[in-house]
Design a protein around this ligand. Structure first.
Ligand SMILES: *Cc1c(COP(=O)(O)O)cnc(C)c1O
Length: 386
């Protein structure tokens, strides 16, 4: 599917549910239960809650609009939205793993997802972190009990690329389920289901929502996977998205193509400036030709999002603080994916050991480039680095 098809999906929220009195914006169905005229009607609906409106922990019309839009964008058969990206990732992992199974995490995965893998150990699910994104390294971590591989491409904080098609081919051969966190690229820049990935997850709190005002998540997969997940992880653990949050998500999705183009344009300018700066030793951005996997990035991605990292030359925690504290336009804060530029470092001064364990350089700063004029962002960084 082309970028222009995606642009149309983002604008047309009606999906299969085009019956909202022809409203230009979707209604918010802020209701817990739905009522029935006869008990027979209720009994029929209760027999298949996924396809009927019974109770909003299950299916809600506003949430369903967001789900249909995201499924269409990813080119997936079905989608369920969750109350957070972590709820979505938890459901994806739990519906793919049982006691005795083994999980592989490829490269530098989002830290909370790693903590989740650690938590799952109490249910006798083991995991291995592969500290490299090469397909060979992934292959050599596979055990007879390996049932799922979780990847991000590019990876969190370090922005290494995974060869998604190679890892998927390898997994299919061995009957291992592949799960990818596609929050960075969004479906506009990467559609992993087309390459045979089984499950795509999103933190919709980032680009899909796009306004720093929403916590949400999504899982996109085949009807078969989503139907099972609905009956188990979705309904039982209960991390469903509220109708108002779904409405915010729909509103965000409508400008996703415009916002991603703006992130890409600005981020490339800022990344180029940083890579020429004498105080900086490295810029980790797959969109730069200097990125060691730029060629793979060109083949795999249709565009580059606004989030990347860079490393200060010979720097300590104090240097990182000095630079970050001098920024005026760029705000200090976790998360990313909104119009405001934001900065953070994984170095907290007291976590040297943990950084070492994660193979993370102490001098790393992560920058989420937003929509402020690029020349002002560059000026802000130039002043802070001087
Ligand atoms: C933020 C983030 C998550 C978690 O999403 P929440 O919506 O905050 O729960 C998952 N994966 C990645 C890559 C993220 O950046």
């Amino acid at each position: 599917m082309s970028f222009s098809d995606d642009q149309l999906i983002c604008l047309r929220f009606e999906g299969e549910l085009g019956y909202f009195a022809k409203a230009a914006a979707p209604p918010i169905y802020e209701t817990a239960p739905f009522f029935f005229d006869t008990y027979e009607d209720y009994a029929e609906a209760a027999n298949n809650e996924k396809d009927h409106y019974v109770y909003s922990r299950g299916t809600n019309p506003t949430v369903q609009i967001a789900e249909q839009m995201i499924a269409a964008l990813e080119g997936g058969a079905d989608c369920k939205c969750f109350a957070s990206g972590m709820a979505a990732i938890s459901a994806a992992l739990m519906c793919s793993l049982s006691a005795g199974d083994h999980l592989i995490l490829v490269g530098h995965i989002y830290e909370t997802s790693v903590s989740l893998a650690q938590y799952l150990k109490r249910f006798h699910i083991d995991y291995t972190i592969v500290h490299s994104t090469s397909t060979e390294a992934v292959a050599s971590a596979i055990k007879p009990q390996t049932r799922a591989i979780l990847m991000e491409s590019p990876t969190s904080f370090t922005f290494d690329m995974v060869n998604i098609q190679e890892v998927t081919a390898l997994s299919k051969e061995k009957g291992i389920r592949t799960i990818i966190d596609n929050s960075w690229a969004t479906p506009l820049f990467q559609k992993p289901l087309e390459w045979g990935v089984d499950i795509v997850v999103h933190s919709a709190s980032k680009y899909l929502g796009g306004h720093n005002d929403l916590i949400a998540g999504a899982v996109i997969a085949s009807k078969e996977i989503i139907n099972r997940m609905y009956a188990e992880e979705y309904e039982l653990i209960g991390g469903s998205l509220g109708p108002f949050e779904a409405w915010l998500l729909i509103r965000g999705l409508r400008t996703l193509p415009l916002r991603m183009e703006a992130h890409q344009r600005n981020a490339l300018l800022v990344a180029r400036f940083l890579s020429d700066h004498p105080a900086i030793s490295k810029v980790n951005y797959p969109g730069l030709p200097s990125h060691p996997q730029h060629e793979l990035a060109c083949r795999q991605l249709k565009g580059y999002a606004g989030l990347f990292s860079f490393e200060l030359k010979d720097s300590t925690y104090e240097d990182i603080c000095r630079v970050i504290n001098k920024l005026r336009l760029i705000r200090i804060g976790v998360s990313w994916g909104s119009m405001e530029s934001q900065v953070i470092s994984p170095n907290y001064g007291f976590n040297k050991q943990s950084l070492k364990k994660q193979h993370m350089p102490e001098s790393l700063i992560r920058l989420a480039v937003g929509h402020e004029p690029a020349e002002l962002l560059i000026q802000d960084l130039a002043t802070a680095l001087s």
